[in-house]
Design a protein around this ligand. Structure first.
Ligand SMILES: Cc1ncc(COP(=O)(O)O)c(C=O)c1O
Length: 424
């Protein structure tokens, strides 16, 4: 009986044989970037695919294989890979003059559109990434409260220097973090009883941490505790803003003091944003003496501002986001149905259009996830090595039906391998 490890080794050999150009690209990249990589989350052994082009919800790698892209640029690629609307907006902004050396009309419009959507945002500022948005929100919260301790959650991800899987990372920003278990009201209550807390930074769903949604009562408890203790509640909605026109805060009715955004609100370009209650954000009002500084050459760059406006007006409408949410809920239910019917050791968790496939192996589920990823890749479906699926708007029922069929075929073909798990 072939073990999971043996099946994975075989699948890896097959992957290497099928992808000589991606391997060559990786080796070339490794001459100038550590491990050939400039973005750790994209790494997977033996080497990641190099993608040559994309159109709609499909991507083509340098060896000529075409995949339905279900990674959706880790949620940022909600538009798919080609958009005449976004292209025209960027071209128009470019023709009108880039790098204008001052305030411009586009930043005002984008700020108005975003502030109007989110219950928590009276005033906002732009950054160049979600990471930077979270760093700025934390700094502002510290300054506003005069305290330093910041509550975050195990498994939370707020950017490359704000990552809390397994407790933390050596490259995290050197802030005074208190890492609590996610979805644990008692732990939060104890933390507030024992500490003077400046801010709580929380994802309404752990995204990179495996697509585990926060419980409603937990979000409500965090709201109550922060209010009682004068701390700033920050929702990181960099991923979850797509769950509704006003994000998860609108869905749950829990309004934080501050919100951070990123990814798709830049219309495909580098983007971040933090905003919140007037009294907090006004600490950065440069008309005031002693105002907090917040700089950034590209904070208001016209190309991003124009793309963001076009994205909101054309794609990120309430109807589109509600439909995408429903499509994701439906996909997750059907996918779990496929796993259950086939007695396959997998399950999917998530919210709306963002989900993660987990392997049910007490010895660790990485190998099971990778095996499924290789099998689905062969069948023409691209999911992340960690099991993430983030639907984009161009993914239709036809792609979803094809994907579910491919999952069913893949797990049926591995039945004997799963049997080795039970035997182990
Ligand atoms: C929830 C969350 N917050 C923050 C970030 C960081 O955003 P960026 O990659 O734009 O710095 C991410 C990125 O994946 C994220 O998922």
């Amino acid at each position: 009986m072939m073990s999971v490890a043996e099946a994975l080794a075989e699948a890896e050999r097959d992957f290497v044989a099928r992808n000589p150009q991606s391997e060559a690209s990786h080796q070339r990249a490794a001459q100038v970037m550590p491990g050939g990589n400039t973005r750790t989350s994209l790494w997977s052994a033996p080497f990641p695919l190099t993608i040559a082009s994309g159109e709609g919800c499909r991507i083509t790698d340098v060896d000529g294989h075409i995949y339905v892209d279900l990674v959706g640029e880790f949620t940022a690629g909600i538009f798919g890979h080609s958009s005449p609307v976004l292209a025209a907006a960027v071209a128009k902004a470019h023709a009108n003059g880039i790098n204008l050396s001052s305030h411009n009309t586009l930043e005002v419009r984008l700020a108005e559109l975003i502030a109007a959507r989110f219950p928590s945002i009276d005033l906002l500022r732009f950054t160049n990434s979600g990471t930077e948005a979270n760093l700025m929100a934390l700094m502002v919260a510290k300054a506003a409260t005069g305290r330093s301790k910041i509550v975050v959650f195990d498994g939370g991800y707020h950017g490359g220097v704000l990552t809390f899987a397994g407790g933390g990372s050596p490259v995290n920003a050197p802030l005074d973090f208190l890492v609590l278990p996610y979805n644990d009201i008692e732990a939060a209550e104890a933390a507030f009883a024992e500490n003077d807390i400046a801010a709580v930074l929380v994802e309404p769903m752990l995204g990179a941490g495996g697509c585990h949604p926060a419980r409603q009562d937990v979000l409500e408890a965090l709201r109550r505790l922060t209010r009682e203790h004068g701390a700033v509640l920050i929702f990181d909605e960099v991923q979850t803003a797509r769950m509704a026109h006003g994000g998860v805060q609108a869905r749950t009715g829990v309004t934080p003091d501050m919100t951070t955004l990123g990814k798709f609100f830049g219309g495909g370009l580098a983007f971040g944003c933090f905003g919140g209650r007037r009294a907090i954000m006004e600490t950065m009002d440069p008309r005031r003496s002693g105002a907090l500084g917040h700089a950034g050459t590209f904070n208001n760059n016209t190309l991003t501002m124009a793309a963001g406006i076009a994205a909101i007006e054309t794609y990120l409408t309430a109807d589109n986001l509600d439909a995408l949410f429903a499509r994701g809920e439906d996909l997750r239910a059907r996918l779990n149905g496929v796993f259950t019917d086939a007695h396959a050791p997998y399950h999917a968790t998530g919210m709306g259009s963002i989900l993660t496939i987990h392997g049910d192996d007490p010895a660790g589920d990485i190998a099971l996830r990778r095996l499924l990823q290789f099998d689905l890749g062969r069948a023409g479906y691209h999911i992340a090595a960690r099991g993430l699926i983030a639907l984009s708007l161009p993914v239709s029922e036809a792609e979803i039906a094809g994907f579910l069929q491919a999952v069913g075929d893949a797990v049926a073909a591995r039945r004997a391998v799963y049997g080795s798990l039970a035997a182990a």
